[in-house]
Design a protein around this ligand. Structure first.
Ligand SMILES: C[S@@+](CC[C@H](N)C(=O)[O-])C[C@H]1O[C@@H](n2cnc3c(N)ncnc32)[C@H](O)[C@@H]1O
Length: 217
């Protein structure tokens, strides 16, 4: 008799959810590398963040769905290739398949040398919008993970303060429970307008949510 292990059951449940997920189907149909594209799309459509000509930085960009969305958004015809009205710099620890018009840097955002590469890629341009979907490898130990998550977000806020236009916007992913209140406070201290958002494309089961900060104080 075969005994089904718990992990096999969990994998099967995940696969089932994934196959039946409308955003997975839509992503396949529309040529996005991940369903995550629809989270940024919803946030952007709600707040009107990405405007023609914008300079955008995409932190934690691999496999590239947010960058694909940004690329189409900045294309005069919404196209995945061809003319681009604006600039996109993407950064991730992991390698990423190229996306036309996206200047991709592979490296760790926590490292000074990588930050220097990012600054060089901006070539003196001030940034309109910084988006961060960065998520650290989780240890499962709540307090350790909270520190890792907070650290990445604090660095993203610091980057925005130094490289973003006064009326720019920062979008970060964060998780309920892991230093959430302190991070909201950091946003309130830094930005004129602070809004939390849980896009429909973000699974209910997931504690992930997003914070949007608009206009530096
Ligand atoms: C959820 S994925 C991003 C998905 C992406 N927004 C998309 O639409 O395809 C999170 C990414 O954050 C990256 N990441 C985590 N820590 C990082 C760090 N310190 N520096 C750069 N990237 C990091 C991971 O490598 C991972 O690819």
């Amino acid at each position: 008799m075969k005994v089904q292990t718990r992990s096999k059951k969990v994998n099967k449940a995940w696969l089932n959810d994934h196959v039946n997920d409308p955003y997975v189907k839509l992503a396949q149909k529309e040529g996005y590398r991940a369903r995550a594209a629809y989270k940024l799309k919803e946030i952007d459509e709600h707040f009107g963040l990405i405007k023609p000509g914008a300079n955008v930085v995409d932190l934690g960009c691999a496999p590239g769905a947010w960058s694909q969305y940004l690329r189409r958004r900045l294309s005069p015809q919404g196209a995945a290739a061809g003319a681009l009205n604006g600039t996109i710099v993407g950064l991730d620890l992991l390698p990423m398949e190229p996306i036309e018009g996206v200047n991709y840097i592979q490296g760790d955002f926590r490292e000074e040398a990588v930050l220097e590469q990012l600054k060089a890629a901006l070539n003196g341009r001030e940034v309109d919008v910084v988006v961060s979907d960065m998520a650290p490898n989780l240890s499962g130990v709540g307090s350790v993970d909270a520190v890792r998550i907070s650290h990445l977000i604090e660095l993203a806020v610091d980057f925005a303060v130094h490289h973003m236009k006064k009326d720019g916007a920062l979008v970060v992913k964060l998780f309920h429970g892991s230093g959430y209140t302190q991070l909201v406070q950091l946003f309130r201290d830094t930005f004129k307008v602070v809004k939390p958002m849980k896009p429909k494309a973000s699974r209910d089961k997931s504690s992930e949510t997003f914070l949007v900060g608009i206009g530096l104080k």
